[in-house]
Each structure stands twice: as structure tokens, then as C-alpha cells.
Design a protein around this ligand. Structure first.
Ligand code: BGC
Length: 451
């Protein structure tokens, strides 16, 4: 039941993180290097040459971090498992110490009444697998399913929600097409192969789960609703193309077992492949929930010179923009959630990431950090989520990105998304005003948003 203005009973109120962004000690206790270890250790690829060597030192401070979550009143926590901590070579021998780290973390969460949601792949591919072609190797679904099975066997008695992949679009677009993210390739002919193998790996992971799992499994995608900059037919078509590229490219195979027609016809041309139907059957497995990461929208205009998309964003002059340049547009969240229901049917949804990087003032002498823009962002998006619920969307949880300021990938530590401030010299954690605000929201199951 939804309260008058509150959220459904049992709603998950969480925060999210990912392994490489917070853990630090990426090679500790026998872990194998990941593509992010290599990427950050290649000079010039990240802001300030920042690396995840220490990050938030969560690998050692996880007890403190769980205590913090409890103090903030979270009832759920989304984290990711580093594949290379469990299987240092990506396949083969299991590293018990890596499994133990996550087992202890999950035990501590459960003791604190916090429901764990574990993501199996948040971008940190074992480097040993990259040496064998990584996401371009047709064997990777099998490697992924074997790794996933080890994680399920060790943790499914404690982890209620599993996600196969985090944001396959970013893995391909950032890692294989434009190269701003690991492994840093820029190759239009590789991108479709990476995408297709990601989709097959997702399906193989779900199948492996059905063999042993007792709880729930889904996938996490980043969605960005696209709106035309003008009502010219060219801009409307550009909008449709970018929607296919960013949104439908990943959801259509998961739900329909096919790729949008735009992929070959309008986006990749000869770089797209005639993928066999049997592969798409493999990708299309029944999932228990869909995780949606939502940050912003795209207002698009036709730009034939742009690689693949042949469209570009039009900045909105009066909009508030975050430090990463993203327009604050909460209506896009409502639109996205309703669109999923209309296009793909009634699947339980979780907002698995939502948040903003804004400039934060230093910690004041009274220990406070006021981040009014982040509070405003979260409030607007939670209200927008509530609107979607009142329009019949089966939304069951919200995870703020992020619990902690952390390594924002190639932007290093220069952008802070946390509701908890991290001093990267002392590693001290200080909840920002947005964390206090969120605590109130949770305590009232969302009613305080409307006061
Ligand atoms: C990713 C996070 C990232 C966040 C902000 C999402 O694309 O899943 O790892 O830090 O956005 O950029």
C-alpha cells in the first residue's frame, strides 16, 4: 500500500557504490589486477593521474562504513563484487580471501538490518581476461557465468538481490567506442561485438543463477530519455536514433530477444553484425527486476558528423547543471519509469543509482557540510519517482549514488557524488547535510518529501 504521500510498504531505501571506486587495495590478499588497475596506472588517462590504490580504503574500513549506513537509517546497500578478487585470473582457481571479504561485509550488513544488493560486474574486468580479448572474446559469457556461479554458491544464502551487469551501454561506449574508460579502445567495429557479448554474458549469468539461486536476479541499465531540440523531422529522427543507441539497444535484447532495427540500418552500418538468433535467445532470460540508473536527459539535434549517433546534445540555457555538466531534469525520471512499463511491461523496478556531483564546501568547524544543491536534486527526483508510482509503476526501491565520495573513474577524485564526504588525505567520513536529509526521508518512508 502506498501511504497518502509515502512510498510503498517495504520500499528499499539505500545507497550504492562499486568495488573499484571505493575499496582500495586492489591487489590485496591475492586479488588479480583489473583493467581499471591498468588504466589508472597508465599516465595521463585519469584526472590528476588518480588511481584506485587507496580510494576510500573501504577494503579496511568496511565495518565503519556499515556502521555509518546503519546510523543513516539505510535499509539496503548496493555494492559490486570485484571479479578479480574472487578469480584472480578471471577463470580457474578461486581466491578464498576475496570471497571472505564480501562474506564478512554481507554478514555485517545483515546484522545491521541492511538488505544487500550485489552487482557482479561494475566495469572491473580481470586484466588476465582482457589479455584474451575481454568483452570481444566469444567465450566471455562462459567465463562470466562460472565466476557468477562461484559468487552465488558462496553468498546467495545472504544476498537477496543480484545484478549481472552495471550499465552495459557505458562498458561499450566508454570502453570500446570512445575510449574514455577502460580498456580504452576507440573502435567502431569492436563496439557491437562487446555489446553482444555483454548481452550474452548477462543471459548466461541469469541461467547460472536459475540453477542454484533462491532469490532474485536482474540487470542494471543507465537510461536517459531523449527529447528533440526542435520539431524538425531531422531532430526527431536524431532523437529516435539516440534512444535506440542508449536505451533500447540493451533493453530490447533482454526483454524481446532482438536489437532495435536502427542499430544496423542507421547507427553502425557495416560495423554491425548479423548476430545469430540463438545468441539472442541466450540473452533473453526472464529477470526478476530491472535496475535503472538515472542522472539526466538528452535534448538532441541532428548532427551527421558525429560518430555512430549522428546526433548531439543541445545544452538547455536555463537549466541547473551539475559539476559533470548534466542537466537536472527530474521529469525525465518519471517519463523513463513510465516508458519502461509501457514498452516492456510490469516488471519490478529499482532506481539503482541517482545522484549528482556538486561542489561541496570544506567541512565547517562545527563538522557540517552544507550541500543544498544535492538535497534539492534528491528531493526532486524522489518526488518524480513518487509520481511514477502514482501512475502505476511498480517501483520498489531507491539507491542514492553514492554513499561515499569516491573515484569517479577517469575524472578521478575531482567530482564528488557522495552523501557522505570523504577526506582523501585522512580518509575521514563526514555525512553531508544531504545524508541527514535522506535519513529523514527514510524515517518517514518518503512523507517528509512533501512537507
Ligand atoms: C556509474 C557509476 C558512476 C556514476 C556517476 C554511473 O554511470 O554506474 O559508477 O560513478 O554513474 O558518473
Amino acid at each position: 500500500m502506498t501511504g497518502r504521500r509515502g512510498f510503498p510498504a517495504g520500499f528499499l531505501w539505500g545507497a550504492a557504490t562499486s568495488a573499484y571506486q571505493i575499496e582500495g587495495s586492489p591487489l590485496a590478499d591475492g586479488a588479480g589486477a583489473s583493467i581499471w588497475q591498468r588504466f589508472t596506472h597508465t599516465p595521463g588517462l585519469t584526472a590528476n593521474d588518480d588511481t584506485g590504490d587507496i580510494a576510500c580504503d573501504h577494503y579496511h574500513r568496511w565495518r565503519e562504513d556499515v556502521r555509518l549506513m546503519r546510523e543513516l537509517g539505510l535499509n539496503a546497500y548496493r555494492f559490486s563484487i570485484a571479479w578479480g578478487r574472487i578469480l584472480p585470473d578471471g577463470t580457474g582457481a578461486v581466491n578464498q580471501k576475496g570471497l571472505d571479504f564480501y562474506r564478512h561485509l554481507v554478514d555485517a550488513l545483515l546484522e545491521s538490518g541492511i538488505t544487500p544488493m550485489a552487482t557482479l560486474y561494475h566495469w572491473d574486468l580481470p586484466a588476465a581476461l582482457d589479455d584474451r580479448g575481454g568483452w570481444l572474446n566469444r567465450d566471455i559469457p562462459g567465463w562470466f557465468a562460472d565466476y557468477a556461479a562461484v559468487a552465488f554458491k558462496a553468498l546467495d544464502d545472504r544476498v537477496k538481490f543480484w545484478a549481472t551487469l552495471n550499465e552495459p551501454w557505458v562498458v561499450t561506449d566508454g570502453g570500446y567506442l570512445h575510449g574514455a574508460l577502460a580498456p580504452g579502445h576507440r573502435n567502431q567495429f569492436e563496439a557491437p561485438i562487446a555489446t553482444h557479448n555483454l548481452m550474452r554474458a548477462h543471459g548466461a549469468g541469469v541461467q547460472a543463477y536459475r540453477a542454484v539461486g533462491k532469490n532474485q536476479i536482474g540487470i542494471v541499465v543507465n537510461l536517459e530519455p531523449k527529447y528533440p531540440a526542435t520539431d524538425s523531422p531531422d531532430d526527431i529522427e536524431a532523437t529516435r536514433r539516440t534512444d535506440a543507441y542508449m536505451n533500447r539497444q540493451y533493453l530490447d535484447p533482454v526483454f524481446f530477444g532482438s536489437y532495435p532495427p536502427e542499430m544496423q540500418k542507421e547507427l553502425f552500418g557495416q560495423a554491425w553484425h548479423p548476430f545469430p538468433d540463438s545468441d539472442l535467445e541466450e540473452a533473453r532470460q526472464k529477470i526478476d527486476f530491472l535496475g535503472v540508473n538515472y542522472y539526466t536527459r538528452g535534448v538532441m539535434k541532428n548532427s551527421p558528423a558525429v560518430t555512430v549517433e549522428k546526433a548531439s546534445r543541445v545544452p538547455q540555457p536555463n537549466a541547473t547543471r551539475t559539476e559533470t555538466g548534466w542537466e537536472v531534469f527530474e521529469q525525465g525520471l518519471t517519463d523513463t519509469l513510465v516508458w519502461i512499463k509501457e514498452r516492456y511491461g510490469d516488471i519490478p523496478l529499482y532506481i539503482t543509482e541517482n545522484g549528482a556531483a556538486f561542489y561541496d564546501p570544506p567541512v565547517a568547524s562545527n563538522g557540517r557540510i552544507d550541500d543544498p544543491l544535492r538535497i534539492d536534486y534528491i528531493q526532486r527526483h524522489l518526488r518524480a519517482a513518487h509520481t511514477a508510482i502514482s501512475r502505476g509503476v511498480d517501483l520498489r526501491g531507491y539507491f542514492a549514488w553514492s554513499l561515499l565520495d569516491n573515484l569517479e573513474w577517469s575524472l578521478g577524485f575531482s567530482k564528488r557524488f557522495g552523501i557522505v564526504h570523504v577526506n582523501f588525505s585522512t580518509l575521514e567520513r563526514t555525512p553531508k547535510a544531504s545524508a541527514r536529509f535522506y535519513t529523514e526521508v527514510i524515517r518517514s518512508n518518503g512523507e517528509s518529501l512533501f512537507e
